[in-house]
Design a protein around this ligand. Structure first.
Ligand code: 5GP
Ligand code: MG
Ligand code: MG
Length: 186
């Protein structure tokens, strides 16, 4: 992969959401979720690696007892669109200990990822209340029957990187969310 010598930020064609907008919205979401779960113990399941930065920022604004679990899933296999095939391990690497669950991902795109994990959690743990939160929603590409309970930003059908989201493992550390120059998409 060719990166510009001017730093990874200059590999972007456009900044869609800047760091200040991200932090403002993440704080709002955290307060909203906090209100909805106040007085409860909460199990959080965060899908890795894309939601790493989002979940770290979001949970720090929620002053309630939380047990954080992570689950590594991937349906991309290197490209810029989901292959649709999601492989979930036979055995989940954790057990949920509370009836209230928050499932977190970076982007809701076709919805196949979030729907698969949601269904698996319901099947295995029968939570009393399960809510889903995503930072970005690409409504246009939905295939699975799912909508997120909390959404940070609605975006068009375009491939984005930054703030945890990658292209072939790169760009997660960008502080903003943006679109790559076509030259960097190969
Ligand atoms: P879905 O199963 O909803 O199609 O795909 C969701 C997953 O695909 C997300 O967890 C995310 O990892 C990845 N994804 C979807 N759209 C984008 C995008 O625009 N950029 C990046 N970096 N990942 C994406
Ligand atoms: Mg993901
Ligand atoms: Mg990815």
């Amino acid at each position: 992969m060719n990166h510009s010598t001017a730093g990874v930020l200059s590999d972007l064609e456009q900044v869609l959401i800047d760091p200040v907008q991200i932090q403002l919205r993440v704080t709002q979401l955290a307060h909203q979720i906090h209100r909805d779960f106040e007085g409860r113990n909460l199990s959080v399941v965060a899908l890795m690696d894309g939601s790493l930065f989002f979940v770290a920022d979001l949970l720090r604004h929620m002053d309630i007892p939380i047990q954080l679990h992570t689950l590594t899933v991937s349906s991309y296999h290197g490209g810029t669109t989901s292959s649709g095939r999601l492989q979930l391990a036979q055995q989940l690497p954790f057990a949920l200990k509370t009836p209230h669950v928050l499932l977190i991902d970076d982007i809701l795109d076709t919805g196949l990822t979030l729907a698969s994990v949601r269904d698996r959690l319901i099947e295995e743990f029968q939570p009393e209340k399960l809510r889903t939160v995503v930072l970005l929603n690409k409504e246009a590409r939905r295939k699975a029957d799912i909508h997120a309970d909390y959404v940070g930003f609605e975006i068009e059908d375009q491939f984005v990187v930054g703030y945890g989201m990658d292209y072939q493992g790169h760009y997660r550390n960008l502080p903003c969310i943006g679109i790559l120059n076509p030259d960097n998409l190969k």
